[in-house]
Write a protein that binds this ligand. Structure first.
Ligand code: ADP
Ligand code: MG
Length: 642
């Protein structure tokens, strides 16, 4: 049993349930708690801190994903005090290190730093002390270095580190902001890549990786790069493996909403002006745009359409340093209220009272969206995060990311979020950031379980149930895949737009096929499609819903993207995917009489006026949605199949 008296590690390992670092009792706990209070002045552990300290004391390899401000530093600083030898900490920024050193020295802890800006005399002295530490026993009362921070280039003192290791004086290597190791993270640092040698150079030294944003793909890459063994859950850990801790990254004061984005560009600006003037006429905000040009146009439109009531500025990589600096200044002073920016506007924004972050286009990944929208409400007060979404943006962004490692996969996660009309936004984030292979949500502690309760205030939590409906779209799926497959077979390619148009029989069934026979692009051919023949008629869904269904089928693998590089970007085509065969070899009758729906989606009920087939719906007496307030009349489809 793990409860009751104090246990050693071996005792705490209780059969198939593994080691519970979060709740088990360990010999060192009273020592940890005493130092936490007396040295750090902290009374209680929070989030996963207790478990991480235990795994640390137990000499395990560890990965920690905890939100910024969650208290990751304590999880290595506290154990460092109770472990013989020195803890080496690799951190990417000198400013982060300086903060830590000042803090630790203020607490009376012997902590040092070796960075590019350390004076050479001081550096020599530190290295001498460490060499002494490696080689001999300390005299009683002699002060040993407990924490040594470095920015990079451990290469320069590998031999010293190996000596420390040999003398049992290298307690652990900590890698802060560990997502910088991965090229798939948004903050990759080439300097960090050399860390892949750590395990080989220092085989007996435990490694600890800390990060605030480490989605599944980045985590996988990080483990591989650092040569860390597979992860095991910190609440039921195996006796081998990298112990993994995760705390949900939820901020209560952020109010998330996805709204339909008008297809006409100036209408988007109009919608934003109305929103800002109604809810945030005097507040500061950010509007994230997809391109530099886009940011400039939107800034001008917001200012003009509001008759100057909204003061805007532009920020992107092409602006001069002096212009950027001036903008920061105006934004702080409040003479510019709204910054229209590309994602270049980010690091170093420390303005607390950002009351809204609007996304003119969705981000390239959900972690990107989380970060950008997270610049709202840093002061802890309520703030709005609104994503203006339309399916075609998926193609635009798809053409930008298809060359990136896992670019399409990440974009699909973003699309999945944007398309969802039901799942609480907080839960979506929590699941996305925790879905690291074998971790089941069921193993979360009660504190984490809160993360799985609906937030109660996002768009999906407040959406009236009568405005959406679950719908069997198996037949429509069959039709779309039949059409896509037909076009593909005759050597043509469809896009989201073209496929949606075909499905609605727009253009009388004729199609410009970008024929790509044998890799060479022929002139566009006119091909007549007999929809009756191919798909048994037109697809009976609202125009918007067809687009949403296509995105849904892309995410699920019934359709897939195919990219064709052009001079400056890429065309994104939509072709049958791996799962299409389930449908295209079936007859319409079989699909229709299937006992259970093969694909289901949740879609917003259409307002009658915009129904594709108004006559039919009136005949059906199907007029619900009439009373729904305008904001709720979202003409979209979303959800998961089956
Ligand atoms: P992170 O690195 O996760 O962003 P830090 O380690 O810098 O966060 O900690 C953020 C702040 O929280 C620090 O001021 C730290 O002293 C404080 N802190 C850490 N743990 C606790 C705790 N258990 N209770 C109260 N404050 C804490
Ligand atoms: Mg930190």
């Amino acid at each position: 049993s793990v409860s009751g008296a104090s246990h050693s590690n071996a005792e705490a390992f209780s059969g198939s349930r593994g080691i519970n670092y979060m709740e088990g009792d360990f010999d060192w706990m009273s020592g940890l708690e005493a130092r936490m209070k007396t040295v750090f002045g902290i009374n209680d552990f929070r989030l996963c801190q207790r478990g991480i300290c235990n795994a640390n004391m137990d000499g395990r390899d560890i990965v920690v994903v905890m939100p910024t401000g969650g208290g990751k530093s304590l999880t290595y600083q506290l154990p460092a005090l109770l472990t013989p030898g020195c803890t080496l900490v690799v951190s990417p920024l000198i400013s982060l290190i300086t903060d830590q050193i000042l803090h630790l020295q203020g607490l009376g802890i012997n902590a040092v730093a070796i960075t590019g800006s350390t004076p050479s005399g001081q550096k020599r002295e530190i290295l001498q002390q460490l060499t002494a530490l490696a080689g001999r026993r300390l005299q009683p009362g002699e002060d040993e270095i407990k924490l040594c921070y470095v920015t990079r280039r451990i290469k320069n003192f590998v031999i010293l580190l190996q000596k420390l290791m040999a003398g049992g004086k290298l307690a652990r290597v900590v890698i802060d902001e560990a997502h910088c190791v991965s090229q798939m993270g948004h903050d990759f640092r080439p300097d960090y890549q050399q860390l892949h040698k750590l395990r080989q150079l220092l085989p007996s030294v435990p490694i600890m990786a800390l990060s605030a944003t480490c989605p599944p793909l980045v985590l996988k890459d990080l483990l591989k790069t650092l040569r860390l063994p597979d992860i095991t859950d910190g609440r039921s850990a195996k006796s081998t493996g990298t112990v993994y801790f995760f705390s949900p990254l939820y901020r209560k004061n952020l109010h998330y909403r996805v709204v339909p984005k008008p297809s006409k560009a100036s209408d988007v600006s109009k919608a934003m002006v109305e929103y800002i003037l109604e809810y945030h006429p005097n507040n500061s905000g950010i509007v994230y745009c997809l391109s530099r040009k886009n940011a400039e146009v939107v800034a001008t439109e917001l200012q003009e359409l509001s008759n100057g009531r909204i003061t805007t500025g532009v920020y992107h990589a092409d602006r001069k340093d002096s212009e950027k600096e001036q903008l920061h200044h105006q934004w702080r002073a409040g003479t510019v209220k709204v910054v229209c920016a590309t994602i270049a506007f980010g690091l170093g924004i420390d303005k607390g009272d950002v009351r809204f972050v609007l996304h003119h286009s969705m981000s390239k990944s959900l972690e990107g969206y989380y970060q950008e929208s997270g610049r709202a409400g840093r002061d802890g007060k309520d703030a709005d995060c609104i994503l203006y979404y339309r399916p075609q943006d998926g193609s635009t962004i798809g053409s930008m990311v298809f060359n990136d490692k896992s670019g399409t996969e990440k974009l699909h996660a973003m699309l999945d979020f944007a398309e969802d009309l039901e799942q609480c936004r907080k839960i979506q984030f929590a699941k996305y950031f925790s879905h690291s292979s074998n971790l089941s949500i069921a193993s979360w502690t009660t504190e984490d379980q809160d993360a799985l309760e609906r937030c109660g205030h996002c768009d999906n939590c407040t959406r009236p149930p009568e405005t959406i409906e679950r719908k069997n779209v198996s037949l429509q799926t069959w039709q779309l895949l039949k059409i896509a497959n037909y076009v593909y077979r005759i050597g043509g390619k469809t896009t989201v737009n073209i496929l949606a148009g075909l499905a609605r029989n727009a253009g009388g069934g004729a199609l410009d096929v970008a024929a790509g026979g044998k890799g060479k692009r022929k002139a566009k051919e006119k091909v007549n499609l007999d929809l009756e023949d191919i798909a048994g008629g037109i697809v009976d869904l609202h125009k918007d819903d067809i687009e949403h269904l296509i995105i849904h089928l892309l995410i699920k693998g019934y359709l897939k993207e195919e990219f064709q590089q052009t001079a400056y970007s890429a065309n994104v085509y939509v072709v049958p995917g791996g799962l299409a065969n389930r449908f295209i070899h079936e007859t319409r009758e079989n699909i229709e009489k299937a006992a259970r729906p093969m694909v289901e989606m949740t879609l917003a009920k259409q307002a009658p006026k915009t129904r594709a087939r108004r006559k039919k719906s009136v005949e059906d007496g199907n007029e619900e949605g009439d009373d729904a307030p305008p904001a709720k009349k979202r003409k979209t489809v979303a959800g998961a199949s089956k």
